[in-house]
Design a protein around this ligand. Structure first.
Ligand SMILES: [Zn+2]
Length: 361
């Protein structure tokens, strides 16, 4: 079906709950959605599940990639068991798998993300990988998650690197939303941008610049300050509203180009690579020098990558750079920025972002 660009579209999760020990609300929401839960749990959370008595619900420890083999395997094991709700407790792969399983079985879904590394838990789509962990496709669910349950005290147990990577992913929404606005491109829901999503783009950038460094410092010391709570909400909720409703563009296309290289894909987090993609996007779109300086400073202060070497590409060959630029060009998000961008312009922007990053070290 052709997208209708006269319609502004945003999707939202049904319920959003955040706080310390928020996970204790889980049984209440399971009861609300029929009382019969099947849970996918990341290995590091099994102890928490048992300590809180959540092992009275059926659960499975999930270690796989979010791939069709894993999703169909779970569906095969649980489809005749009369479950009413799927619960995902873990990182991006678990929440994406839980959403896809729930969608295929027409069940409710409750998500308790345990890292703030991306807004995966917010969205009504799952990034599907091959069993070898290579991104394959995006699966769109019929509904947004029923409940998004953010327990600050669980999330702060994840590494600071994941928290900072979440800020790197969220940094992109302002620039990508701006790119889609200038070109009139569709948003991630194949519609026109909502004003709410555009407001969230502004809020995300402003809040990251104001509170990002304070939040990182507190998080590193495992202190849940209002700044930390604000950034957890931003990474998992606000950036989700922004990216779905305002659209993706060059930063994610460049991420998708860079991840053809195994040394990038296998060792760096989504948000780290996206943050470098933002710097490339600034060069590609001829950003103002003041803006460029502000965003480089932000990435440097937080320890987000500002050079190719910082994402594993030390001395890339010209052929590597050509291949990355071509893969970026082939990604539809790139053309949300400017339909006339060439492969050579992309390559120049990546090299310029790296050169400026190295010069500032
Ligand atoms: Zn992202």
């Amino acid at each position: 079906m052709e997208p209708r660009m006269d319609l502004r579209i945003s999707y939202f999760p049904g319920k959003f709950i955040q706080g310390n020990q928020a996970i204790l609300e889980l049984p209440r929401f399971i009861d609300l959605f029929g009382g019969k839960a099947f849970m996918l749990v990341t290995p590091s959370m099994e102890q928490m599940v048992k300590a809180n008595g959540f092992d009275r619900y059926d659960y499975e420890i999930f270690k796989s990639a979010c791939c069709w083999d894993a999703i169909n395997g779970i569906i095969g094991r649980i489809k005749d068991r009369d479950y009413t709700v799927i619960v995902g407790i873990g990182g991006g792969k678990i929440v994406d798998t839980a959403k896809a399983v729930a969608d295929k079985l027409d069940l409710h879904v409750i998500l308790a993300p345990t890292v703030a590394a991306s807004s995966a838990a917010f969205s009504a789509c799952s990034v599907i990988y091959t069993p070898d962990n290579i991104e394959e496709s995006v699966y769109y669910e019929k509904h947004s998650p029923d409940v998004l349950l953010l327990d600050n005290s669980l999330i702060i147990g994840a590494s600071c690197r994941h928290f900072v990577a979440g800020m790197g992913d969220a940094l992109a929404v302002y620039f990508e939303g701006r790119g889609c606005m200038h070109s009139g491109a569709e948003n991630s829901l194949h519609g026109r941008q909502t004003f709410c999503a555009l407001a969230m783009c502004d809020y995300c950038l402003d809040t990251l610049l104001r509170y990002g460094y304070d939040a990182k410092t507190a998080y590193e010391n495992k202190i849940i300050t209002p700044a930390v709570e604000r950034i957890i909400e931003l990474n998992l909720l606000c950036a989700g509203i922004a990216f779905e409703g305002a659209g993706l563009a060059a930063a994610h296309a460049i991420h998708n180009g860079l991840t053809i290289m195994p040394q990038v894909r296998d060792h760096y987090l989504h948000g780290e690579i996206v943050a470098f993609g933002v710097l490339c996007e600034l060069h590609l779109t001829d950003s103002e020098p003041e803006e460029m300086d502000e965003i480089y400073c932000f990435c440097e202060d937080l320890g987000l990558p500002t050079t190719l070497a910082a994402i594993g590409l030390t001395d890339p060959s010209d052929a590597d750079l050509e291949a990355i630029a071509q893969a970026t060009f082939d990604d539809p998000y790139l053309h949300h920025e400017n339909p006339n961008t060439t492969v050579q312009e992309i390559k120049m922007a990546i090299c310029a972002a790296d050169a400026m990053g190295r010069d500032r070290l």
